[in-house]
Design a protein. Structure first.
Length: 202
């Protein structure tokens, strides 16, 4: 009887260990997403108004353009969250959103008139604002057995933000603000690529 109980315990332990091994946390893949996402915020938030000013826009125009991401942040996460809950395809939604945000942002390289930039900012921020909450769900799903790892993964978002805020100041001291959209699209592509390497939690 005692031997059978020990055998059951060992079987249960082996099952748990096999589950843990199959659900290993993709630390760097999850971290890369946060790094690029908040790196983009750090690159655009302090310097986008300066870029718009260099294009000759008035303070009123700049204020309206900067308000667009705040407006889409109220709407898009709720719509995409509802879609993710009803379809169950959360990871696909992240990838599609990241790709469409890249596609919309490319418009800044085609034309830089006021209304073009309005539509660029509406399009890219609508999809960009929507993907972070879904990525948070994916991350937390991976960390069900290791919740203490979240802070170490999320830390890379703060690192990305700090690097691009401080690095941007140094960079734009010696480089033209015309390079800002290039930095932006590279980080958006980084978000998209990192989403491709994250697999669905089991």
């Amino acid at each position: 009887m005692e031997k059978s109980l020990q055998l059951q315990d060992s079987e249960n332990n082996s099952k748990h260990s096999s589950q843990d091994s199959s659900q290993s946390v993709p630390y760097w893949r999850l971290s890369a997403f946060y790094f690029c996402f908040f790196g983009l915020l750090g690159a655009l938030h302090p310097y986008w108004s300066l870029f718009l000013q260099s294009k000759g826009f008035s303070a009123t125009d700049i204020g309206l353009l900067l308000a667009i991401p705040m407006a889409t942040k109220v709407i898009s996460p709720n719509l995409w969250g509802w879609l993710a809950d009803h379809t169950g395809k959360r990871l696909l939604i992240i990838r599609v959103g990241a790709f469409l945000s890249c596609l919309c942002f490319l418009g800044i390289f085609i034309d830089q008139s006021f209304w073009t930039i309005v539509w660029v900012m509406v399009g890219y921020s609508f999809f960009w604002n929507a993907i972070l909450p879904q990525h948070e769900v994916i991350t937390i799903s991976y960390l069900e057995r290791k919740p203490e790892t979240y802070s170490r993964i999320r830390l890379w978002g703060s690192i990305g933000f700090i690097i691009f805020v401080m690095g941007g100041g140094i960079w734009f001291d010696s480089h033209d603000l015309e390079t800002l959209p290039i930095i932006g699209i590279l980080l958006l592509v980084g978000i998209f690529l990192s989403s491709l390497f994250v697999t669905k939690p089991t």
